[in-house]
Design a binder for this molecule. Structure first.
Ligand SMILES: Nc1ncnc2c1ncn2[C@@H]1O[C@H](COP(=O)(O)OP(=O)(O)OP(=O)(O)O)[C@@H](O)[C@H]1O
Length: 218
């Protein structure tokens, strides 16, 4: 059974700059939490800490009582980050980008192919499956990265500004797919500058200069 992702008293300092200060957030399984805030408010930093990619200066991230301290912990616990800027390998095809992530997670090849096909179809990029990632438009790349995140069926899905290059129709599709991930039991965190998109989420956390300004709505 999935458990809550808990961020407890997390602070991050880059040199003298406080990027996050005393951040406390709980993401229950089955819910989508939006992290909003202006550019530079700390959204990406928070998601990187949640993903074990950045060690907090103080505080902890826990999943089901287990500490997420380094990336290996996050991988073991099934925490997946769809990064800002998509993180695709440019010399792999769209399909390979999705399938390889599953192979690395131990999914067998036939199942990885089946799930990659299904996820690319959900995002409307089946026609681009055999194209190299570097040949795709920004919005297509973003949708392939989202397909990769969905196909993994991770217990925790972190999505960093993943609708920034999408038109409204695709943005709404992606919001619906994030909701479906939560219905499957995942803890979903969605960082966004788009307040309209954030308002559709179960919980909204607003960051201002690295501090949580407002919590649960809806
Ligand atoms: N590697 C780093 N070294 C030093 N400062 C950093 C580093 N990464 C981020 N920062 C600073 O930390 C603060 C928070 O950055 P962060 O990227 O988390 O913000 P954000 O809310 O995700 O912004 P955006 O919406 O523009 O992506 C900013 O002031 C940024 O300049």
């Amino acid at each position: 059974m999935n458990t809550s992702l808990q961020v407890e008293a997390v602070a991050v300092q880059y040199g003298h700059r406080h990027a996050l200060s005393d951040v406390n957030i709980t993401v229950p399984p089955g819910s989508v939490l939006a992290v909003t805030g202006a550019s530079g408010s700390g959204k990406t930093t928070l998601l990187w800490v949640m993903a074990g990619l950045l060690a907090p200066t103080s505080g902890t991230v826990r999943l089901g009582g287990k500490d997420i301290q380094v990336r290996e912990d996050a991988v073991t616990e099934g925490v997946h980050l769809i990064p800002q800027g998509n993180g695709l390998a440019s010399v792999l095809t769209a399909h390979e980008n999705v399938a390889v992530a599953m192979l690395a997670a131990g999914v067998d090849a036939a199942e990885a192919t089946r799930r990659a096909d299904a996820a690319l179809d959900q995002l409307g990029v089946t026609a681009q499956a055999a194209q190299l990632a570097e040949e795709l438009s920004g919005g297509q790349r973003q949708r392939v990265a989202i397909a990769r995140g969905l196909a993994l069926r991770a217990p925790v899905l972190l999505a960093d500004e993943i609708t920034s290059d999408l038109d409204v129709e695709n943005r709404d599709l992606v919001l619906d797919l994030l909701r479906q991930e939560a219905k499957r039991g995942a803890c979903v965190v969605f960082a966004t500058n788009d307040t309209e998109a954030a308002a559709t989420c179960d919980i909204v956390v607003h960051l201002a200069d690295g501090r949580v300004e407002a919590t649960p709505s809806g």
